[in-house]
Design a protein around this ligand. Structure first.
Ligand SMILES: [Zn+2]
Length: 384
């Protein structure tokens, strides 16, 4: 993770960079601020900058062996601790030991995957990823013992070891006490970066021994620019989303995905209605709308359509229990499902898959969608 990958937060970045240039990195720092503002991302970028072998004035180089490992989050001197939950079946119920005595490390592969795809992850998102919705994760005592063990080792490749603790407020009492001891008598060349959304829940003694780095809501303009650059959102829409997102990039991203889901569903419904009404002019409008999307979005819409078709088939086969349509989709699915049946479904799937394939190979979208919709008209009106 480089500083340039992080949306806005220029002042925080400058402050962190300056601490490295001046050689005055506090050994325990606490990043606090609202959800979705990039605290975790900033801590990782900071650790990467500290360890980079060819630091620039404003960022790590992104190319040295150390940066390479940081960008995959596999540098041996970068350690993570984060709250975890195990499913009830596996848990031994002894919270004090941490869930089943398990450590964050057991979830490290998922953790890396999640962070690399979205470093703005929220606590709720994380629990969902590890299949523990509606539960509260904890950082148990075994975890702190493991931290002590890891930090007692010499650093492998860097001058510094970095221990990033995400949501230290989830530590139980004894874990927090062990952490306090570590911060009071830190192992040599070790930097603790604590990322907290509720610092008031931390031990006062921990708070008083850390340097506080306040991470404010992200400026609206920075969010809007990032939405245009990274998600190809048109500037007017990006402005609107950045206003509603209240300084949280995570919120802005989730607003986009909710909007695209609705947009894709609307396009799918339009396509299917035109097909079963034999409305060729309507289909040409649909083709125009599809053509105006970017290639990636066209593929996503087709993939989403495959899902909706599969679910509609389930309804048609009276397998309602295993159909996962939600909200508006259910009503539409019920009306539409009679048109999807065993005789046409394979050919319909095939047409969508062919279109995905042709779009991926840079075919002409106008031709691909016109061709596909004309074939669908025939298939949808083919009765069993
Ligand atoms: Zn580097």
């Amino acid at each position: 993770m480089q500083f340039k990958d992080i949306v806005g937060q220029e002042q925080v970045k400058q402050r962190l960079i300056k601490s490295v240039k001046d050689g005055r990195m506090p050994h325990a720092q606490l990043f606090t601020g609202p959800e979705g503002t990039g605290k975790l991302a900033l801590a990782i970028a900071y650790a990467q900058y500290i360890s980079c072998q060819k630091k620039g004035d404003d960022d790590s180089c992104g190319a040295c062996p150390s940066c390479h490992k940081f960008m995959k989050l596999i540098h041996p001197d970068l350690h993570f601790v984060f709250p975890i939950v195990l499913s009830e079946k596996k848990s031994d119920g002894d919270d004090d030991k941490g869930p089943s005595g398990k450590l964050s490390d057991a979830f490290l592969i998922q953790w890396r995957e999640v962070l690399l795809s979205n470093p703005y992850i929220t606590e709720t998102d994380w629990y969902q990823m590890i299949g523990a919705e509606n539960k509260q994760g904890i950082i148990g005592t075994t975890e702190s013992s493991d931290v002590i063990r890891k930090l007692s080792l010499k650093s492998y490749e860097s001058d510094y070891k970095t221990m990033i603790i995400w949501l230290p407020e989830r530590m139980n009492q004894s874990a927090a006490n062990k952490l306090l001891k570590l911060i009071e008598e830190p192992p040599v060349n070790t930097i603790f970066l604590l990322i907290s959304e509720n610092p008031t829940q931390l031990l006062k003694t921990i708070l008083s021994r850390t340097q506080i780095i306040k991470v404010p809501p992200i400026h609206r303009e920075s969010i809007a620019i990032a939405l245009v650059d990274r998600y190809q959102i048109n500037p007017a829409k990006a402005n609107e989303l950045s206003r509603v997102s209240n300084g949280s990039f995570q919120k802005a991203i989730s607003l986009i995905s909710a909007e695209t889901d609705t947009q894709f569903f609307a396009l799918f419904r339009q396509l299917m209605r035109c097909c079963y009404a034999n409305d060729v002019l309507g289909l040409l409008d649909w083709v125009n709308e599809m053509t105006s999307l970017g290639r990636e979005q066209q593929k996503e819409m087709l993939t989403e359509s495959l899902r909706l078709l599969r679910e509609s088939l389930m309804l048609n086969l009276d397998l309602e229990d295993i159909s996962y349509l939600a909200g508006e989709e259910v009503d539409f699915g019920k009306k539409f499902s009679p048109f999807i049946n065993r005789t046409n479904i394979y050919q319909i799937f095939n047409e969508f898959n062919l279109a995905i394939d042709h779009i991926s190979r840079n075919g002409n979208p106008n031709i691909i969608f016109t061709d596909m919709s004309m074939k669908l008209i025939k298939l949808i009106n083919k009765n069993p």
